[in-house]
Write a new protein. Structure first.
Length: 442
């Protein structure tokens, strides 16, 4: 992952790729994110916001379930034990709002407090680095809490089981297909010894990224950091790369019956190879423009033939994301309209999808989508909150944060040729799966 700094930018356009060129930091950069030089952490970011009455402090480790060599879901168990261990001597009422979460690529802990509680909140967060001192029986019983979480999140959520099945098929042989929660048998067999080992390997200060948001200026943050009692560490963390992905081609269709599913639906997932992108966060902006068009009712989009013209789909959703520098994950889901079979819906989608790829985006449609996107960027009324959310999202996905003004600049410089070049790759052979899901019969 590249280091994230506040910078002035020039754009070099080569083919369909845009590169950032970084210059010395300048004062006229409007982005509110400030990088603080504090070498004990992997990185420290401050987003000062004098209008906020709260201070949000995040500590993010760019090690997630993908970095867990033990039973699937163990990183989530480690997260539970880590936060319970860090707060066992604290009054949660005094902590304000606090929580933790695990993703495939990261685990994070955060506390929301006030200016007055900022130093104590920061000290509290750093306790996640401490070795577990919880009672053995208490740690064992926490597995039951996670089993209840599984019941709530998975057993009665039809989309969880469908997404999990798709991930296993799509990412077969890759850590991308690992379950963050784990299966019930995995959870029941979580080893406390393995949890302690995984915590020691992944919760290190040199791997920690600190994000501070709220009415805290740099002078105050510098003073708070200087007052910390920080543990020693042996070596600086290495930059973390994206998990590897399977490259072999598959084309699979399945009919599945899903408990608790309300309406039948088709789900289309495909991994496609894209031109090498040195910075996926930048290429994602172009991809977002493309998906905004395909998701629309503009001429050439999918909403016309699937909904407004023939009433084939009651509703649908379309998403696409760069998973690494050469791979795009496309996700389409739709429910059939009254009297329409899943097979007819699938055929209508396939026809509209191929037509959009073959014909490309019409110039008028592209200009309207581009104008909407830029207007949306210009219409953001709280750039501090927007920057906080974008920065944290980028960090937990191991990607580079793109400032708002740069996002606008990239969108404005994107051409129709750029977008259609990406669209053409959607029809290339890849790893493709279609599920036709129907509700289970009671």
């Amino acid at each position: 992952m590249k280091k994230i700094i506040v910078f002035s930018v020039g754009l070099i356009i080569s083919g369909s790729l845009v590169f950032l060129t970084m210059h010395d930091p300048v004062l006229d950069m409007p982005d509110p994110v400030v990088r603080i030089n504090f070498p004990s952490f992997k990185a420290v970011y401050l987003i000062p916001n004098r209008t906020s009455d709260r201070v949000d402090t995040h500590l993010i480790f760019q090690n997630g379930e993908a970095d867990n060599p033990y039973n699937e879901g163990l990183m989530h168990y480690v997260e539970h034990l880590t936060w319970l261990n860090a707060t066992q001597d604290s009054d949660f009422d005094d902590l304000g709002h606090s929580n933790a979460f695990t993703t495939l690529l990261s685990v994070a802990y955060f506390v929301t407090g006030t200016k007055d509680s900022f130093q104590s909140d920061l000290n509290q967060l750093l306790k996640v680095l401490e070795l577990f001192s919880l009672n053995q029986q208490f740690m064992e019983e926490e597995r039951k809490i996670i089993l209840r979480e599984y019941d709530y999140s998975a057993r009665e959520n039809p989309h969880f089981s469908m997404d999990a099945s798709l991930d296993k098929l799509l990412f077969q042989g890759s850590v991308r297909g690992r379950s963050i929660l784990g299966a019930p048998r995995d959870i029941e067999e979580f080893s406390i010894q393995d949890a302690k080992a995984l915590h020691s390997a992944t919760h290190r200060l040199q791997d920690a990224v600190l994000v501070i948001y709220g009415p805290i200026n740099k002078t105050r943050s510098d003073a708070a950091l200087a007052d910390l009692s920080l543990p020693a560490f042996s070596a600086k963390s290495q930059d973390i790369e994206f998990p590897s992905l399977p490259k072999d081609v598959i084309n699979t269709e399945q009919d599945v019956s899903i408990d608790h599913l309300v309406s039948p639906r088709i789900i289309f997932r495909k991994l496609v190879s894209a031109p090498f992108c040195p910075e996926p966060s930048i290429c994602q902006i172009k991809l977002d423009l493309l998906i905004s068009f395909l998701d629309s009712g503009l001429p050439g989009g999918l909403a016309g033939p699937l909904r407004f013209d023939s009433f084939t789909a009651r509703n649908f959703s379309l998403h696409a994301n760069y998973l690494d520098r050469t791979t795009i994950d496309i996700q389409f889901s739709a429910e059939p309209d009254t009297g329409i079979s899943l097979l007819s819906l699938q055929q209508a989608f396939d026809s509209a999808w191929r037509h959009a790829i073959e014909q490309g985006i019409p110039e008028d449609s592209f200009q309207r989508i581009k104008s909407r996107y830029i207007a949306g960027v210009d219409g953001i009324i709280d750039p501090h909150t927007y920057a906080r959310e974008k920065l944290i999202q980028a960090l937990i996905e191991r990607q580079t944060y793109i400032p708002l003004e740069i996002e606008r600049l990239i969108a404005s410089e994107t051409t129709l040729k750029d977008i259609n070049s990406v669209l053409k790759h959607f029809d290339q052979p890849g790893r493709q799966i279609i599920l036709r899901a129907t509700p289970s019969k009671e």
